[in-house]
Design a protein around this ligand. Structure first.
Ligand SMILES: [Zn+2]
Length: 164
């Protein structure tokens, strides 16, 4: 009987360690997932933005967030890659078009969390708004703006607006 109890305790310990290990591994896997460098939001595959900052390439949740970072740090960051909203393919910022301030914001899903965070500070500022949605073709951007509102412009022009 005693032997059986010891065996059981051993099994319980083993399972606890296993569960802990799994939780830790999950945590690690989660923190390793694509998260925005600036706001820690999960990165949506169709708004992923890469910028070169402090000598390293960093991932941002959306172009608006990366450009806000630019503004807050007061030093230039260069956006090296955008993602096409339509195809999820990488875009060069040099010839991409964006729709600014449409009714689509890929970062909005986690808005509640952000608002909770900011409530104590009494701020109603979202670094990802107004949204910037990137397109490879001007015609795609125009079509999108027709459905969702917003203003079509070359990405360079949207970026310049942050460049103060
Ligand atoms: Zn972000």
């Amino acid at each position: 009987m005693l032997q059986r109890r010891v065996w059981f305790a051993g099994l319980a310990c083993f399972l606890a360690v296993l569960a802990l290990g799994y939780a830790e591994w999950k945590n690690f896997a989660h923190s390793d997932a694509d998260q925005c460098y600036a706001c820690n939001r999960p990165i949506h595959a169709h708004s992923r933005t890469v910028a070169f900052i402090d000598g390293r390439s960093r991932l941002f949740c959306c172009p608006a967030c990366a450009l806000s970072q630019h503004q807050q740090m007061g030093k230039p960051i260069s956006i090296t890659q955008l993602t096409s909203f339509l195809t999820g393919k990488a875009l060069s910022p040099d010839n991409a078009y964006v729709v600014r301030a449409s009714d689509v914001n890929m970062c909005e899903r986690t808005k509640e969390i952000v608002e909770d965070d900011k409530q104590s500070a009494g701020l109603h500022y979202d670094r990802c708004a107004p949204s910037l949605i990137a397109f490879a073709q001007r015609s795609d951007a125009v079509q999108f703006a027709r459905e969702h509102g917003g203003e079509v412009m070359p990405f360079s022009q949207a970026a310049a607006a942050f460049d103060k």
